[in-house]
Write a protein of this length. Sequence first.
Length: 263
Amino acid sequence: MNILVTNDDGIESPGIWALAEALTRVGSVLVVAPDKQQSGVGTSVSFTRDSVSITEVPSKVPGVQAYAIGGTPSDCVILGLKRLTKVHIDLIVSGINLGPNVGNDIPYSGTVMATLAGYFRRIPSVAISLAFKDRNEEMRFDGAACVVESLARCIEKGAMLTEAILNVNAPNIAPEMIKGILVTRAAGFGYVRLGDSSGSSVISYETKIGKPDRATLEEGTDIWAVNQGYISITPLRFDVTHHDLLPAISRCVESMDCGFLGK
């Protein structure tokens, strides 16, 4: 199994190397990650730049080839698939992100959106994030890495349906404290919100890890699961058409009177 590993925290993030090490037990791993922090870039790709730098870097995991890219997570996946390997990639995994990617925050996530390039090519894709409450606490990557390793084995055996991005969020606690793994839906709200820029022309954002912006969490959602001590797996699809509205909008269009349209 050939596995492409990326992230949005950058090539030096400890999360990507914990992930790469775990996945070497499943297959051959190639790491292609941004050369610096790229959190929050979503689906951004470098359309307007003349070039994107590619630098091979020393790997922190034996047997793993690694590249730092002067671009976005999506750039990394595209280059990883098209330029940096001659083998077919069987699985794309993005992470382990430092912080959750849940609810309404998902579309902003460079971690999750990096997997779109694989999803659109029908390559099984997984995003994995670690939900911590305080940036000063010890990062426990072992539980998150273990669940992704297990998912990769399921995918390799054909036991896991992969017509979706699997968005995984793990609480930052010792593996023996994790209550279990739940398949969830994305919550209708998130952690990231507009900060107070107080007259500044710069838009600032703040992330309240562990403090959702609703007092009551709906059971069965990704945010609820992580806050309860479970690992959350949410299957994501990206059909942007609102199919239920097609008939109503069609009726409206039929009644429109635009002078330039022939009768």
